[in-house]
Design a binder for this molecule. Structure first.
Ligand code: FMN
Ligand code: SF4
Length: 494
């Protein structure tokens, strides 16, 4: 992963632990009600892909255990990982692109309800993504994938030659010369791996995205409701299709690109179709970027505009993230695919403990506050969700007190300790395992390995009945925690 040049080591901490009165008076533990969204408090586990579904995108015991374990910690809400809305193979990522996935998702709803004793609302993140290929070897690319265009022939002066001879000539060139001959896209496909873009209007399936996506998202949302989910989060963030429509890099000339009003068009059409498909009590919100954090990308002002329009359209929540783009991703090794969290924008999305002077905690706060203020000024009360490096009561409470957001999302802290909210509430704050922001978990995600946390994945792993990773080296869920000695509810601030 990209690291800031200063590489300052930051240390997370438990912060000041609240006593029972402070908990009772806190905003973090106050309920939230907005239209159809009602939460028992402001704690939220945002989407995290654990790479635990089957190759066919079906539910597994490992997926159920992952969410069941979060639910035992009783956050107010959990958002299930980015789940594919199409019925196409996409590796061990959860899918909801066909009715056959409904029974599996239903099991997940039941598991979370059981483990949280009905206290946790469950939403599912709906994602569409475009094709991306692994970085090929030079030989393979030139011999098999590269289309020999008239322009390549012309540049080489081999207009009349057999294709095999043209390929041979290209293979014999050094990189510098080859770069001169290939166009930018072909060169990128060789160096990074082929990746489709929403601007590839010459490809019919990309051109027709605005016609097919509203229906695909609506069908998926309908299935989520049938399975018993409380709502959906439309994934309009990071490196995926809908975020690419919102991006300032979207230059489509068919009315769905260019000016920000046009870039917003498809995301709104998707939302409207989803809203029409589901019942009135079903929650529909979106996750999108406060800032793309790439050169030429959408800025905070775009983020404000999108937020106001989403609020005006009637979204139930706005979850703000940051960065996470392919545009500045690192070159992958041959045989591997580019990963959108390896560049600077990826760092902004999931910052780790080696950081700059600002540090990894709350890098999206000022942008989130700016957006929240702008939608409040426009008269909308839509709840806003903040994420990024939040790991203790003090920071969470500050987010709410300072009107940065209305809900506090903790991804890695919840992975490090799924019971952290319960521990706080019960006066066991000193037993919280605090995330160290090493990004070991994110490294597993990058390798498409089952995601775990280094703070607990070797603890008591040989105990009978413990669910283990495919290689048997790691336990898949955090060890159980129950309050051993019911502590008197003392004020721990003294
Ligand atoms: C392993 C892993 C998987 C993630 N998967 C998703 C995802 O599916 N969808 C999403 O919007 N964000 C995803 N994220 C980003 C998190 O939701 C969150 O925005 C980010 O980690 C920053 O919050 P944190 O500092 O509390 O971890 C993932 C993060 C991690 C660590
Ligand atoms: S592996 Fe655990 S401690 Fe490290 S960043 Fe991930 S959740 Fe935090």
């Amino acid at each position: 992963m990209w690291k800031p040049a200063d590489r300052i080591r930051w240390k997370s901490s438990q912060g000041r632990l609240p006593g029972s009165q402070e908990i009772a008076d806190s905003l973090l533990f106050s309920p939230l009600e907005f239209e159809r969204l009602n939460l028992r408090n402001r704690t939220w586990v945002p989407a995290m892909v654990p790479w635990r579904a089957t190759e066919e995108g079906e539910m597994t015991e490992e997926v159920l255990a992952w969410y069941g374990r979060f639910a035992r910690g009783r956050p107010a809400a959990i958002v299930v990982e980015a789940t594919g809305i199409r019925d196409v193979p996409s590796g061990p990522l959860l899918r909801i692109g066909h009715d056959r996935f409904i029974p599996g998702i239903k099991k997940l709803v039941e598991r979370v309800d059981e483990e949280s004793e009905g206290q946790t609302r469950l939403f599912i993140q709906l994602i569409d993504f475009l094709a991306i290929r692994r970085r090929p070897s030079r030989d393979k690319y030139i011999n098999r994938f590269l289309e020999i265009s008239p322009q390549i022939r012309r540049t080489l002066g081999l207009e009349e030659n057999e294709e095999v001879e043209v390929r041979k000539a290209l293979l014999n060139m050094d990189d510098e010369a080859l770069k001169e001959v290939l166009n930018t896209r072909d060169w990128e496909s060789l160096m990074i791996g082929y990746r489709e873009r929403v601007t590839d209007l010459h490809l019919p399936h990309i051109r027709h995205l605005p016609e097919v996506l509203p229906e695909l998202f609506a069908d998926a949302a309908g299935r989520a409701e049938q399975a018993g989910m409380d709502g959906v989060e439309l994934h309009y963030a990071h490196a995926y299709t809908m975020a690419s429509f919102l991006s300032a890099t979207n230059t489509r000339n068919d009315g769905y690109g260019g000016e920000k009003q046009n870039r917003l068009r498809l995301p709104l059409e998707v939302f409207e179709q989803v809203r029409r498909r589901v019942s009135d009590r079903f929650v529909v919100g979106a996750r999108f970027l406060a800032d793309e954090c790439i050169e030429g990308g959408s800025s905070l002002n775009d983020g404000c505009y999108f937020a106001s329009e989403f609020a005006r359209a009637g979204m139930d929540f706005l979850s703000l993230s940051r960065g996470g783009k392919f545009d500045d991703a690192k070159q992958p090794k041959i045989g591997q695919a580019a990963y959108p969290y390896t560049g600077q924008s990826g760092y902004e999305c999931m910052p780790q403990y080696l950081s700059d002077g600002f540090g990894p905690f709350g890098r999206n706060f000022s942008a989130t506050k700016y957006i929240r203020t702008s939608i409040r000024d426009a008269g909308y009360l839509t709840p806003v969700i903040a994420a990024g490096g939040i790991h203790n009561f003090e920071i969470s409470e500050r987010v709410l007190q300072e009107h940065i957001a209305d809900i506090v999302a903790t991804a890695r802290q919840s992975l490090a300790d799924p019971d952290w909210v319960r521990k706080l509430q019960g006066g066991f704050g000193d037993q919280i395992r605090t995330c160290e922001y090493t990004n070991y978990c994110e490294g597993l995600d990058q390798k498409h390995k089952q995601v775990t946390c280094q703070l607990w994945d070797r603890i008591d792993k040989d105990t009978p009945g413990v669910l283990l990773s495919r290689d048997g080296k790691r336990r898949l869920v955090a060890p159980d925690w129950e309050p051993s000695d019911p502590r008197p509810e003392v004020d721990r601030t003294e």
